[in-house]
Structures are given as structure tokens and as C-alpha cells.
Write a protein that binds this ligand. Structure first.
Ligand SMILES: Nc1ncnc2c1ncn2[C@@H]1O[C@H](COP(=O)(O)OP(=O)(O)OP(=O)(O)O)[C@@H](O)[C@H]1O
Ligand SMILES: [Mg+2]
Length: 485
């Protein structure tokens, strides 16, 4: 690990010629591995050189006391600001009051990698015990490589977060949405649990994403849990995990979603669907920051921010004793309301435009034009399924129209969402004598519309599953298969 092939490039900052010679002589036997590529006699020149030769220097060797004013901790700080991966070795004169522990500590705190005291002036050939000196240069180089690696992966993560935020951009400039967007950074920074309320399809999950990826937890996990899709008997093992042998069939231990979200955020969607027993445990996590894994006597500490969401009247759930009051108060510290689309009709054109652009790109189509009269039809429509419905309508519009979206296209796209079934106009693509499609495709078209239709007319996924007469996990899986989740 230590004697790697790469040459180590050193910048020397030293104003006494005698010491420059001594440093050079000390590293000379290792000239194949390291090279003093440049030397300067003052701090200002050092900074100029580093600014102009970025990524060239791995290690700086600097004398503590140099002329020119800029020296010591101040100089260390400034070098580190230019490139924090550069490692600095400080050499100082051997004087009684300087060579103490506190002084060295101050240098390290300022960002130096290592510190050594020069040999007395009667030793001509070395600046310091040569083996120690060379080893510390190798170690400094090793650290600068690690630091560069770390910086590169950090940059990647940062770019990913920026990408996610771009992808999860909240469209809408209506006063209601501007208020909400203005609050986002404050909400994100607060680190307090949040309850997001709003009708189905208004954008609650989107808001939750934005809160997490703007918070200090943004580099940690964001775990989404749809409480309505977990079967009652599995809720606790999913959320809190279990130990090996906790029950028959637990052949290995399983981390709960709270452990996976540790240091990050958990998004509990459809929170009112959580069974009462799991509500008690959730309260415990929020209050004590600890989870009780099944089959384990001691608790496990976790640090997770909870963002919950609901489209139900949660106060009524509390009154009817289906939702714990204490948990409600714990979650509802900072309530956030995502308004219905019909309360912000100004946003409809920009949302349509946004989805038209994005979905056209996905479909490899040119984005069609929407004449004003067509847009008016969309603006006047009621949007009971809110933005989700709008997105589905845009998808349908793109499926059926050419370069321009005619008012007729719009009416049809809106109508189809409300179609209750049957072999009429709404299913022309299935019942088209000119183009009979195979059973698999026909079923898919039907399923997609049916699922969209039922979801648009349900208050939650759990509600939709119930109306369809299927178990929530199956519903969830099918939605995923259809690309609707
Ligand atoms: N303001 C917005 N800008 C851009 N996209 C949006 C906006 N609001 C919602 N969407 C998109 O609409 C779809 C539905 O939003 P989301 O899933 O966040 O709604 P929700 O309130 O969680 O719905 P539900 O109550 O049904 O779970 C998503 O694809 C989301 O990205
Ligand atoms: Mg949701």
C-alpha cells in the first residue's frame, strides 16, 4: 500500500536556502517515488502556484516561520480552501517554547497532516530523521488519494440528489403552490415529523420527496411505505424487522424498514391504514427513537424522520378510535396541506405542458401543440383525481392525437377516464375490426384503464383494492406491473 508506483508531487514552501537544500537532500534517495516539483519562499507565491496548478500537488512541505506575513495556520487554511485533498507537512525550528504538544495540536486542527521539528543547523544532510520523514510523505500521499476518492463519490451523490430534485420538481406557480414551495426548505430543515394531507393524487408523495432531498438527511435513505398495502399480520415485521428464530419460518434475521431508513427519512403513506398495534410501536419510535424487533429483548436505537401522509379525515379516525390520539399529535406537529387541483386552476396549463413534454420524450414522440380552445376544456374540467388524473389524461391524449391536440381529443381523453366499460367508443382500440390485437394486449389495455378508473374514484390504494375485491398487496403488485406506481 505504501510504496506505490505513482510519483508524489511535492510543493516546498521554505525561505531559508540552507533548509531547502536539506529537504531536497532528505528526499533525494527516493527521487523515483517523489519529487519536489516546485519551491517558493513565501505564502502568497505558494497560493498563486496552487491556484494555477490545480490537481498537480499531492503534498505540501512548509516551514512554519517564513517571511512575507502569510504563514502558519492561516496559510494552512488557505491551502486547504484551494484543495482540501492536499496534505500538509509542517516543519518548524527547534525552540523550547514552540515544540510543545499544544502547538502541534493547533497545526493539526488547522488542517495540517503532520508536524516535525527540524534538525539543528549543524546537521547538513537531513532536515529530519530521513525514514520518518519519507514515511510521513508516503502516508500523506495515501491520505490525499483517499480524500480525492471520497470527494469524487461525494460529488456523484450530490449530482444524484440534484438530479432527483430536478425529476421531482413541483410544477405550479399558483399562490397556494407558491406558499407551499416557499415553506419547503423551512420544513426540510426543521427535522420535525410532518403530516401531509390532501386529496388523492394531489402530490403528497412528491412533496415528501422534496422535503427529504432538501433536508440534511438527503444523502441517506428515503424509504416509502404504503401502509395500506401491507397485510395486517406483516406490518410489524416489515416495519421493525425480526430476529432469526423469532417465529416459525424466521430462518434468518430481517432488518425492518425503520432500520433501513436509519439516519434518513421514512414516508408512511396512508398512515390511517396502520393497525392499532403497529401504531403503538410507531409512537415508541417517535418518542424514544427505538424499535422493538420481534424476538429480541433489547430495543434498537434508530434516528429516523417520519413523514406521514393521508387523504382521509384523520380527526374523524381519531374520534372513532381507529387512530391513536397521541400518535396523531406527535405526527401533526407541522401539518402540510396539498390543495386540490380545482383550487389552483392556474396550474393546469403548466402541468399539462410539463407532462406532455416528459411523456412525449418517453414515447419518442414530438410534443404536440395544444390550442387555446383545447386548453380551456382542460382548465374547466373538475379533476376529481387531481394531478394523477391529469397525468393519465395527458398520457391518453398523446396516445390518440397527432401534432395538435384537438378539443375532440381532449373531450375523449377526459371521457375515457370516466368510461365505465363496455365495447363502445372508449374501447375502440380493443374492438377495432381493422386491427384486432391479441388477448394479452387487450387485457393489458383493459387492466390499465380499469385500475386507473377505480383508483381515480377511490380515496386511497387500500380503498381501491377493496372496491376491486383484491388483497392490497396484490393490488400494489399489479399497479407496479402496469407501470401505474
Ligand atoms: N405539482 C406537481 N408537479 C409535477 N408533478 C406532480 C405534481 N403533483 C403531482 N404530480 C405527479 O402526479 C402523480 C401523483 O402524485 P403523488 O403520487 O405525489 O400524489 P399523492 O397525493 O401521493 O396521491 P395518493 O393520495 O393517491 O397517494 C405523480 O406522478 C406525481 O409525480
Ligand atoms: Mg401517495
Amino acid at each position: 500500500m505504501i510504496f506505490q508506483d505513482k510519483n508524489i508531487s511535492i510543493l516546498l514552501i521554505e525561505d531559508e536556502e540552507f533548509d531547502v537544500r536539506r529537504v531536497k537532500k532528505t528526499v533525494e534517495p527516493f527521487s523515483e517515488k517523489m519529487e519536489i516539483v516546485h519551491f517558493v519562499s513565501n505564502g502568497k507565491a505558494a497560493l498563486e502556484y496552487l491556484e494555477e496548478n490545480r490537481n498537480k500537488i499531492d503534498v505540501v512541505i512548509m516551514d512554519y516561520q517564513i517571511s512575507g506575513g502569510l504563514m502558519g495556520e492561516d496559510l494552512i487554511h488557505k491551502i486547504k480552501t484551494i484543495d482540501s485533498s492536499i496534505q500538509i507537512i509542517v516543519i518548524t525550528k527547534m525552540t523550547i517554547n514552540l515544540s510543545d504538544y499544544h502547538f502541534a495540536n493547533r497545526l493539526i486542527k488547522a488542517g495540517a497532516f503532520w508536524y516535525c521539528t527540524k534538525y539543528p543547523g549543524d546537521i547538513d544532510d537531513f532536515i529530519y530523521q530521513p525514514t520518518d520523514f519519507i514515511l510521513s510523505i508516503f502516508n500523506a500521499h495515501e491520505k490525499s488519494l483517499l480524500e480525492r476518492d471520497r470527494m469524487r463519490s461525494m460529488q456523484k451523490i450530490k449530482r444524484n440528489v440534484a438530479d432527483i430534485l430536478l425529476q421531482k420538481k413541483i410544477i405550479g406557480e399558483s399562490p397556494l403552490m407558491l406558499d407551499l414551495k416557499n415553506d419547503l426548505d423551512r420544513l426540510a430543515q426543521s427535522n420535525i415529523n410532518i403530516l401531509i394531507r390532501g386529496a388523492s393524487g394531489t402530490g403528497k408523495e412528491l412533496v415528501a420527496h422534496n422535503i427529504h432531498y432538501r433536508s440534511d438527511r438527503k444523502y441517506e435513505n428515503f424509504v416509502v411505505v404504503n401502509c395500506g398495502s401491507l397485510p395486517d399480520q406483516l406490518v410489524e415485521s416489515e416495519l421493525f424487522g425480526y430476529e432469526k428464530g423469532a417465529f416459525t419460518g424466521a430462518d434468518k434475521k430481517k432488518p425492518g424498514l425503520f432500520e433501513i431508513a436509519n439516519h434518513g427519512t421514512i414516508f408512511l403513506d396512508e398512515i390511517t391504514e396502520l393497525p392499532l398495534a403497529a401504531q403503538v410501536k410507531l409512537l415508541r419510535v417517535i418518542q424514544e427513537g427505538e424499535i422493538e424487533k420481534i424476538g429480541r429483548t433489547e430495543t434498537v436505537k434508530v434516528d429516523v424522520r417520519v413523514i406521514a401522509a393521508t387523504n382521509r379525515n384523520i380527526e374523524q379516525e381519531v374520534r372513532e378510535k381507529r387512530f391513536r390520539e397521541d400518535l396523531y399529535y406527535r405526527l401533526n406537529v407541522l401539518p402540510v396541506v396539498v390543495p386540490d387541483l380545482k383550487k389552483r386552476v392556474e396550474d393546469i396549463p403548466s402541468l399539462i405542458d410539463h407532462f406532455l413534454r416528459n411523456i412525449s420524450i418517453d414515447m419518442g414522440k414530438e410534443k404536440p401543440i395544444i390550442p387555446n380552445e383545447t386548453m380551456q376544456i382542460f382548465v374547466k374540467y373538475d379533476w376529481p383525481g387531481n394531478v394523477r388524473e391529469l397525468k393519465n389524461v395527458v398520457q391518453r391524449v398523446l396516445f390518440h392525437s397527432g401534432n395538435t391536440v384537438s378539443p375532440m381529443n381532449a373531450v375523449k381523453a377526459l371521457g375515457i377516464v370516466y368510461e365505465t366499460g363496455g365495447g363502445d367508443d372508449g374501447f375502440k382500440d380493443i374492438f377495432n375490426p381493422e386491427n384486432i390485437i391479441d388477448l394479452k394486449d387487450a387485457e393489458r389495455v383493459f387492466r390499465e384503464r380499469y385500475f386507473n378508473f377505480v383508483r381515480t374514484h377511490s380515496v386511497s390504494d387500500a380503498d381501491a383494492a377493496k372496491k376491486m375485491g383484491i388483497a392490497p398487496p396484490n393490488y400494489y403488485r399489479m399497479m407496479k406491473e402496469l407501470g401505474l406506481k
